[in-house]
Design a protein. Sequence first.
Length: 132
Amino acid sequence: LYRIKLSGINAADPEPMFSVLTPLATLRDSVSPTFVDCSITNLQTTVCKVGKIVVVTVSGTLKKSVEAWSALSLSNKLPKARGRFNSTIISQDTSDPRILLTVIGTDLLIECKGPSLSSGTWMFGQLVYVCE
């Protein structure tokens, strides 16, 4: 919508009444998901980033064991988190809720706060966090 000011019988140039919205093509590019390669080899993992939201999905067979009360580093190349985020992982061998998928800064870890996990254990988990 435009406004045209009148001064007597003269019309001024049209002025937009509202600022122009961002074109849909530009907006779509800013919210399109992108997959991030984090060089993860110990467990099949997908890292998807949409704006500042990061979704980490692990699903598959663990290729390296994790001892009780320890952690296994999966990557140090994640989009940087604003703090520490945890999510419970589901495992075929245990229903213990103390197996966590954790991101701290750019590090992605599997933390075992009790039970150990042997190599070959099937796991599934998802973690959503906000990056910087």
